[in-house]
Design a protein around this ligand. Structure first.
Ligand SMILES: C[S@@+](CC[C@H](N)C(=O)[O-])C[C@H]1O[C@@H](n2cnc3c(N)ncnc32)[C@H](O)[C@@H]1O
Length: 209
């Protein structure tokens, strides 16, 4: 596996194929349960979804009253996300800013968001640097949710569908979040529902300083 397998061009190709082969199923894929769970406990504010893909979480957040910035480097994924949002009406669509950007360097406005979610995004560079950059977008009192599919199943030692990717692990995120600034709410690996697909690293933290 090489880093090139997860670059912009490759993701464009993946999204194009996914939409061609099963576009309806992709468009109807439900929002992520961790994100729903976290957001359901918060008052709507400003949210960032970093690596938003087909936009299910961003659209759910907007429908729940959040103002959302949704970033991805795949124009194809963003096109589907935008048209899905538009199909839900001007009020929902108008609350989402779809941003075509590369999370390898894209940085959120410092302290600009009450919720920053980053779900299943492959990290091409330094993981601590990436986590710190995303965390920098969280306002005081705001929440950070980072979720990463782990490449090896800790129970069996077998590779998972995320093999070859670098996604955030629990220690990666916890190691960056200074205890004087962050209160950890969740920091654990959770087994995925699909047999043989291993675990997710899930970290939820509130910025207190
Ligand atoms: C596995 S998908 C997850 C999408 C969504 N977060 C979800 O949970 O359904 C990873 C997404 O991250 C995007 N992505 C990967 N690397 C990126 C980067 N460097 N900059 C922006 N987007 C990136 C891909 O285009 C893809 O849409």
């Amino acid at each position: 596996m090489t880093r090139d397998q997860f670059d912009r061009q490759t993701w464009e190709r993946r999204w194009t194929e996914a939409l061609r082969e099963h576009g309806d199923a992709v468009a109807q894929r439900p929002p992520n349960a961790y994100a729903l769970d976290v957001a359901a406990g918060l008052a709507p504010g400003r949210a960032l979804d970093a690596g938003c893909g087909h936009g299910a979480e961003a659209i759910w957040l907007a429908a729940a009253g959040w103002t959302v910035a949704a970033v991805d480097f795949s124009a194809t994924a963003l096109g589907l996300a935008r048209s899905t949002a538009e199909s839900m009406g001007a009020e929902v669509a108008g609350r989402i800013d779809w941003v075509e950007g590369d999370l390898g360097s894209w940085a959120p406005e410092p302290g600009g968001f009450d919720l920053v979610t980053c779900l299943y995004v492959h990290v091409a560079g330094s993981v601590p640097e990436f986590v710190a950059r995303m965390a920098g977008g969280v306002a005081r009192g705001g929440t950070l949710l980072m979720v990463g599919h782990q490449p090896v199943d800790p129970e069996t030692g077998e590779p998972t569908p995320a093999a070859g990717q670098v996604q955030v692990g629990v220690e990666d995120v916890v190691g960056v979040l200074d205890a004087s600034t962050w209160r950890l709410v969740v920091a654990e690996e959770r087994r995925r529902a699909q047999a043989g697909s291993g675990v997710d690293a899930v970290v939820q933290a509130v910025r207190v300083g």
